[in-house]
Design a protein around this ligand. Sequence first.
Ligand SMILES: *Cc1c(COP(=O)(O)O)cnc(C)c1O
Length: 356
Amino acid sequence: MKKHNFNAGPSILPQVAIENTAKAVLDLNGIGMSLLEISHRSKDFQAVIDEAVALFKELLAIPEGYQVLFLGGGASLQFCMVPFNLMNKKAAYLETGVWAKKALKEAKFFGEVNTVASSADKNFSYIPKGYTIPEDADYFHITTNNTIYGTEIHTDINCPIPLVADMSSDIMSRPVDVSKYALIYGGAQKNLGPAGVTFVIVREDVLGKFERPIPTMLDYRTHIKEGSMFNTPPVLPIFTIKETLKWIKSLGGLAELEKMNIAKGNLLYDAIDNSRMFVGTAEKESRSLMNICFVMKEQYKDKEDAFMEFAKGRGMIGIKGHRSVGGFRASTYNALPKESVEALIECMHDFEKQNA
Ligand SMILES: *Cc1c(COP(=O)(O)O)cnc(C)c1O
């Protein structure tokens, strides 16, 4: 039976990226050795990382003055590296979910943290608006897509101070005006590649602004100077990212992908909105195009487990909602085909016909 992979992360990747990674694991470019057994400093691997960086810059139209890094430690290490490198005395954070809270918690080790606005009052079901960004803070941190709650900041906001964004779960899902950000980071395992690598896009002029001793590995300048090769980088995930980016380019780039993502999102949100049984959990204008969260209406609550079983029987994988929201979450990342969304909708309709 065909599986429909709605996993939230690690998650579905383009089939061609997986196949080409598998080939490179057996024999990289016909050199008679595996990607796994060559030096990261060999010309064969240097070409891989160079192409990954070049594609990152090309697809996101990254302006001059920015560097693209591939590091270890996950997005979670960035929660501390960002304040270590950018926070002198004070930082501002937008609290839109669990990941934003975790980022905020790390920043508190380095100074004063101003929570500019929070949507905790409604279980993070919306993106706050109408807040004021304090101009005396060193930077403002946002989480563009809240993977757990299914909310997303769809536009690049104007920010009077350096803007830092965790884009773990919506990077490369739409064009982004990188010039509005000082730093963008994320774990690759949602929309780009396998677990094990973190991407960082950083504007070099925001670094080295004040005196704080920074351990070598936690200093962005180390990794910029060494081209992400101060230590051994995660070679296999970087290879897969390169393949994913080639696939994105072959489809026409981020503007095309955005159209595809909007089409998939509209299909599923329409089905939820028109359903007698299901209801979305995020406020309409804050809804994510990457993680679509829904529950059963109050009168059908006792049918949630039955639907999970029913959906499993139809090949639906990974649609259980995060425990802090409950219900269901369908992650509709770039690589998820429209057919999988259609199959889920049919599954919901059929269950509804039988049970409501
Ligand atoms: C998954 C996720 C993280 C955590 O990423 P790790 O690479 O596991 O540290 C952080 N932020 C967001 C928005 C996420 O979705």
